[in-house]
Structures are given as structure tokens and as C-alpha cells.
Design a protein around this ligand. Structure first.
Ligand code: SF4
Length: 218
């Protein structure tokens, strides 16, 4: 029977442990989670490299910077003025209230949701990435890749965000490590095989996927 555990095991066997989120510090994860909105990860990497080159990746440094100083280093990420404004404001809020993101680890999940969802520019996907990858809270990150893959695999039958999230948490038994790597595998599959035009022949999920089975049925 298909479920998220079987899908995840198949993907992990193929892709291995992808060690997400690709960042050296929690500050870098936070900045990356905002930079990645509406752009590719390749563009985010360039923007992060620009910030790192000038020692501006920490929230302390960003909170003391002018928006222009940040925006000119993150041009590759698109919407760079808007993103610079968000990043500076969020860095200031965190530094002013908690001094660092690491000192927020003691907050409950409810308190974290309350804090971050009240900040402008933090939507559901960004919030979930922050909760999972910075604060190690059991959350399923639902992004465009995940929606596309799950709707094609067709598990569960109803594939709204709520159903995907609920079923994944249940099937993966709220394991933070598995939820992190599952999301990473979804992103990798979405970039390599399950693109807009899918390459089902070579896809590791082809035996679990309704879309692929429909293609191969006479
Ligand atoms: S088998 Fe095809 S449709 Fe199914 S997940 Fe793989 S690439 Fe996507």
C-alpha cells in the first residue's frame, strides 16, 4: 500500500541523505528561506555568496546594515529590494527581541508560529521551513514541487496541502530527520524527473505513481 513512508524510502534509496538545509548556520537558513521565495536555488546561492563575501550573513550584521547594503549583494535572487527590506526588518526584530535566533530555541512551537507569522514576508512555506530546519519541529514543508509530485503519484487521494501535511506527519511518525530529508528529496525529484514534463521512464517513483502507471497502461 502506498504511503509517505514507502515513497520516502524509495526516494532515500535513490538520492540518499541530502543533508538539507544546505547552510552553515541558522542565520543562513533564515536568510536563505526568504531569498528562495519565487526564485531558483542557484540564484539564492549567488546571493548568499555575496553576503558571505562581505561578512553580512549573520543577523547581527544584517540588522545593523542599510537596506541598500543588503540589496546590492542579493541582486541575483530577484525582487531584491523587497527581499532586502524583509531580511533587514526580520533581522532587527529578532536581534531586538531575542538577541539571536539561537536563543529562540526555547520557545514553544506555538510561540514561534505566532512570532514569525506576524512578520511581513513570511508565508506558510517559509514558516514551515524555518520551523523544521532551524527549530527542529516536526513539520512537512509543502512547496510547488511537493504538490506536483504528490498530485501525480496520487497519494493520498485528496491532495490538498492539509491532507499532504497530515498524512506525511502520520506516515513518517513525526520524525524531524525524515521530514527534513523527505522535503529535500521532493525538491530533487521535482528538479530532475518530475518536472513540468515528467521523465517517468527513469523516475525512481514510477512503480508507486498513478500518473506513470496510467502512461504505461494499454
Ligand atoms: S513517475 Fe513520473 S509523474 Fe510520477 S513522480 Fe516520477 S516523474 Fe513524476
Amino acid at each position: 500500500m502506498r504511503n509517505h513512508r514507502l515513497i520516502y524510502h524509495t526516494l532515500r534509496e535513490y538520492f540518499g541523505d541530502l543533508h538539507w538545509w544546505p547552510a552553515e548556520t541558522n542565520d543562513e537558513i533564515l536568510v536563505g528561506s526568504i531569498l528562495t521565495q519565487n526564485t531558483s536555488w542557484k540564484n539564492v546561492e549567488k546571493a548568499i555568496a555575496g553576503l558571505k563575501r562581505d561578512n553580512m550573513i549573520s543577523l547581527q550584521a544584517i540588522s545593523a546594515a542599510e537596506e541598500d547594503d543588503v540589496s546590492k549583494r542579493i541582486r541575483s535572487s530577484g525582487f531584491y529590494r523587497q527581499k532586502a527590506s524583509r531580511i533587514v526588518r526580520i533581522a532587527k526584530d529578532i536581534v531586538d527581541r531575542y538577541s539571536s535566533i539561537d536563543s529562540m530555541q526555547v520557545l514553544s512551537t506555538g510561540e514561534l508560529i505566532n512570532f514569525f507569522s506576524n512578520l511581513s514576508g513570511i508565508g506558510q512555506e517559509t514558516l514551515d521551513s524555518i520551523l523544521l530546519y532551524i527549530f527542529n519541529r516536526p513539520v512537512m514543508v509543502i512547496d510547488a514541487y511537493t504538490r506536483r509530485i504528490i498530485s501525480r503519484v496520487n497519494y493520498p487521494d485528496r491532495t490538498g496541502d492539509y491532507e499532504i501535511r497530515d498524512a506525511a506527519l502520520h506516515d513518517l511518525e513525526y520524525s524531524v530527520d525524515d521530514l527534513k530529508n523527505y522535503h529535500a528529496c521532493m525538491v530533487e525529484l521535482g528538479k530532475t524527473f518530475c518536472r513540468k514534463t515528467p521523465d517517468c521512464q527513469e523516475c525512481p517513483l514510477k512503480n508507486e505513481c498513478n500518473y506513470a502507471m496510467d502512461l504505461s497502461s494499454p
